[in-house]
Every structure is written in C-alpha cells, then in structure tokens.
Design a protein around this ligand. Structure first.
Ligand code: ATP
Length: 252
C-alpha cells in the first residue's frame, strides 16, 4: 500500500534519508523506529507529500506522491508530531473543516465526528473553542481528524505523546480495528512497548538508512539469541555506545 523506492532527502550536503526501500502492506500496522534525528519525521513528511524528496519514489497504492500529489493525498490521513489546529474553531468545526478538505460533508461526516469525539471523551467539548483544550485533548482531536474522512492510509508521527493511559488504550484498539477493515497505518514511535505489542512489522532507521526490518519474530532471529525484547534489539542496533558514554560522563 505504501512503497518507498530509493527514497532520499538531502538538506544541502547533509543526507537525512539515504536511499531507503520499504513496503507497507494493506491491512498492517507498520512501526517506524529509530533514535533522535534518524530520519523518521523526514520520511513520514515525504510520504504525506509535505516535503519533496531529493530522489526516489513514493507510491500510495498505485499513485505517485510527487507526480500526482492531490490523488495521493486524497488517500492519506497524516498526523504530524507537532500538529497545527485553528484555535478559533470548535472541536466539531475543526473535524468538519478537515472532512471538507477531502470533499466530504453531510450526515455521514457529522455522525463519524460525533462518534470519534465520543470515543475520546471529547463529546462535552465539541462546541468549545480549541484554544481552551489541553495538550492531550488537542492530540485526541488531531487524531480524530485523521480518521474522520476514512483514508486508505494513515501516517502518524508519535501518536501516543500526551495521551493518558485510557486514550492510549483506545487509540491502540482503534488502530487495530482500522487495519482489520483493510486500511493501513504507518507510525513512528519511541515507545518500544507500543511497537512490540501493536505493530505487525517494524523497521529501524538510523542515520537515514534502514538497519533492520521485519516482524518481531524476524527481528529476534536477526539478533543473537533469538529471544530478546525489542528494547535489547533496538539498543544493540542503534545504541550500544550509550553505556560507554554514560560511564565517560560520570567518571569525567
Ligand atoms: P526525532 O526522533 O528526534 O524526532 P527523527 O528521526 O524524526 O528524529 P528527522 O526530524 O527526520 O529525525 O531529522 C533527520 C535529520 O535531518 C536530523 O539530523 C535533522 O537535524 C535533519 N533535518 C531535519 N529537518 C531539517 C531541515 N529543515 N534542515 C536541515 N536539516 C534538517
């Protein structure tokens, strides 16, 4: 459903994403992990059509994001890591506005918006201005906005940040139900427990290149004893220096 071929992004001479290839299949939750600055947000923003690749191809279904951005974006919902919401709209107005961007309006949209706001305990806030929402409430509203037009693919950058445990549980269940209905979700996360328990497949990126990719079972096979938790696999691939640096700092 999402195909990246030799996808590259350079900022001047710095290569943030270095010729990566990935395929995300219809009906799966795909986890995109990596240390800070690895290239996750850059990749997700290119998939969402917000950032133009330096080289390579991105396909959503059979639609090329660079050549046919409007058709590609019509298939997509994108939840950025730092979302922008119009403060002077109410929650209900914001969802109506987003659905309108995708040419959707009417009773179905109203019904879906009400259901989503109810799911995230925002029903009582639907007619309040977003400026009065807490950080977590804004996050729940922006997540709702990605579902309101029922896109084929949802691309989401760090969805769990700011959510309380109940909302995080609801979001995990919503993601699972959504892909069960034939949609596709690609998400970045630093929460390895979420990746381990929720994602069907995982890719680990570091320094702009893919270091490992597969199901949890496949990642375990690639690691030494085949029984490790994702944290151990992740740190082995990306952070084995961390312990040594810690000693250097403390002993300095
Ligand atoms: P984090 O987990 O910290 O959010 P990330 O994996 O999402 O990190 P990116 O935001 O994709 O990382 O950044 C990848 C690299 O590209 C980083 O080294 C970052 O400094 C660099 N970078 C990102 N945006 C720009 C920009 N506009 N100009 C120059 N360099 C940039």
């Amino acid at each position: 459903m999402i195909q990246l071929r030799s996808l590259t992004k350079r900022y001047g001479k710095f290569t943030a994403v270095d010729s990566i290839d990935l395929s995300v299949t219809r009906g799966e939750i795909f986890g995109f992990l990596g240390p800070n600055g690895a290239g996750k947000t850059t990749t997700l923003r290119m998939i969402a059509g917000i950032l133009r690749p330096t080289a390579g191809t991105i396909l959503i279904g059979d639609v090329d994001v660079v050549k046919d951005p409007l058709r590609a974006k019509a298939k997509l919902g994108y939840i950025p890591d730092r979302p922008f919401i119009y403060e002077k709209l109410t929650g209900a107005e914001f969802l109506r506005f987003v659905a309108g961007l995708y040419d959707q309006q009417g009773p179905d949209v109203e019904h879906r918006a009400r259901e989503l706001l109810g799911l995230f305990d925002l029903e009582e806030w639907r007619d309040e201005l977003v400026e009065s929402y807490s950080h977590g409430m804004r996050q729940k509203l922006i997540i709702s906005s990605a579902f309101v037009h029922r896109p084929d693919v949802i691309v989401v950058d760090e969805p769990m940040i700011g959510l309380d445990p109940k909302a995080a549980r609801i979001l995990k269940d919503l993601f699972r139900e959504y892909v069960t209905r034939g949609h596709t979700i690609m998400m970045s996360t630093h929460t390895l427990e979420v990746a381990e328990t929720l994602c069907d497949r995982i890719a680990i990126i570091q320094g702009g290149t893919i270091r490992a990719e597969g199901t949890m079972a496949e990642l375990r096979t690639q690691s030494e004893d085949g029984t490790e938790r994702l944290e151990a696999i992740f740190l082995k691939l990306t952070g084995e220096e961390a312990q040594r640096h810690l000693m250097q700092v403390l002993d300095a």
